[in-house]
Design a protein around this ligand. Sequence first.
Ligand code: SAH
Length: 192
Amino acid sequence: GILTIFPGMFDSFLSHGIIRRAREEAIIRVVPIDIRDFAKGKHRTTDDKPYGGGSGMVMKPEPLAGAIQEAKARLPGATTVLLSPQGRRFTQMVAKEYAALKGVIFICGRYEGVDERIYKYIDDEISIGDYVLTGGEPAAMVMIDAVTRLLPGALGAEDSADKDSFSDHLLEHAHYTRPPVFEDEGVPEVLL
Ligand code: SAH
């Protein structure tokens, strides 16, 4: 489940490469939910000014709570995760944790972040690194990408994830393909 005010951002990401194939083969199922559908009023506002002042806007709790409840109803047993710079750091180990879950509901923040009272609906909070994005959407894509390729069958038979970098605390070796000489540089003899 992906909760966002910009569901269109995921169209291209979900329709290419391994992610596309994983969807076609029902290895993953993606349920996008537009937070704006749960916002009230003519303008369907999802943000408002922060109490106490300060710059920027804050995501209102009601539309988020409505969207999360809808997601939980459609994805029973799923874990809710808020993408946030304050979260625990996303690593290959965390990707493995997520690959074992029954389902995940990604909550993509925008503006200055979400109203603190939404945390009662949140099981986990993840940051993809110590930098600030304009929204949680790219972070959700990073998690979906890294987790999907760990799911059985996602990479195809000959291409396995267990030799990848980080899987045994080591980084992977260098790679070469044809041609055997490129701009005067050969391929290590041992590989030939
Ligand atoms: N004012 C906040 C930043 C908000 S950025 C702060 O200073 O901490 C807006 C949204 O982008 C956040 O709500 C979150 O969902 C997402 N986001 C930004 N940086 C992120 C990161 N490193 N990892 C995951 N999500 C991030």
